[in-house]
Write a protein that binds this ligand. Structure first.
Ligand code: ZN
Length: 217
C-alpha cells in the first residue's frame, strides 16, 4: 500500500497509529520506517495477554493497552484497543529516545487456520498487494477431508502479466500457511483463480472482508 501511494503521489508516506477514542495519533514512524515511535509524553502503552490480562515482556506479542497522560476532559485508563502488536526492544538508529511499537492487526479479525495457528488477514493483504498487477483479491476458506482449503480469487489490472506461480508463492511463504501445508498437513495446496476487473466490488473492501471463511457453521 505504501509503495503504491508513494509511486502514485511521488511523495514519501509515513505510517501513523491512533484511534478516535484516544483523540490523537499515539505513535508514528520516523525516517527509518521501522516501527512506530510512541508519543510517550502523552500516552503510556502496555502490552497484555488478551486472555489473562497480565502484562507481557517487551518483544512478545500482545494486546495494546493505552493510558492517556495529558488529557483532562476525558482521560482513558488502561484502555484496551483490541489491536495486536509488540514493543521493539532495540533502540532506533534515528536517535529518538521514544519506544517503538509494531502493529500486527486487529485481534478480532484473526482467523485460526490449520492446526490452530492464528493469522491476521493484513499479512495476506500485505503479501498479495506487493504484487503490482493485483488490483484486489478475496480468499475463500472451506474445509474438505479435514483440511483447510484456500481458494484465492484474484482481480488483476493487466491480464498479460498474470503469474499463477508467483501468486501461490506469496501465499505459501506465510509461515502459518507453510506449516499447515508441509508440517501439520492440515491445509491443502491453495488454488488460485482469476476474475475480470471490478468483479470483486460486491464483497466490500474493508480489511477482513477479503477473507471469506465458510468453515463456520
Ligand atoms: Zn526512529
Amino acid at each position: 500500500m505504501r509503495k503504491r501511494l508513494e509511486d502514485k503521489w511521488n511523495a514519501e508516506v509515513f505510517q501513523n497509529y491512533g484511534m478516535v477514542e484516544l483523540g490523537n495519533s499515539i505513535a508514528g514512524e520516523c525516517k527509518e520506517k521501522n516501527g512506530l515511535h510512541v508519543s510517550q509524553l502523552d500516552f503510556f502503552i502496555e502490552l497484555i495477554d488478551p486472555e489473562t490480562g497480565r502484562n507481557i515482556k517487551p518483544g512478545e506479542k500482545g494486546e495494546i493497552v493505552v493510558t492517556t497522560l495529558s488529557r483532562t476532559g476525558m482521560p482513558l485508563i488502561r484502555y484496551r484497543t483490541k489491536d495486536e502488536g509488540y514493543i521493539m526492544k532495540e533502540k532506533c538508529i534515528c536517535g529518538l529516545p521514544f519506544q517503538r511499537i509494531k502493529i500486527l492487526g486487529r485481534l478480532d479479525d484473526t482467523i485460526i487456520i490449520g492446526s490452530g495457528d492464528k493469522l491476521h488477514p493484513s499479512i495476506i493483504e500485505n503479501n498479495l498487494f506487493s504484487i503490482p498487477y493485483i488490483n484486489d483479491f478475496r480468499m475463500k476458506i472451506d474445509k474438505k477431508n479435514n483440511k483447510d482449503r484456500f481458494n484465492i480469487i484474484v482481480e488483476t489490472t493487466n491480464n498479460d502479466k498474470i503469474n499463477h506461480e508467483e501468486i501461490l508463492k506469496h501465499i505459501i511463504e506465510i509461515p502459518e500457511i507453510y506449516n499447515g501445508i508441509y508440517s501439520s498437513k492440515t491445509i491443502s495446496m491453495p488454488s488460485v483463480e482469476f476474475v475480470k476487473p471490478n468483479s470483486l466490488k460486491k464483497y466490500g473492501n474493508k480489511i477482513g472482508n477479503r477473507i471469506i471463511d465458510n468453515r463456520k457453521t
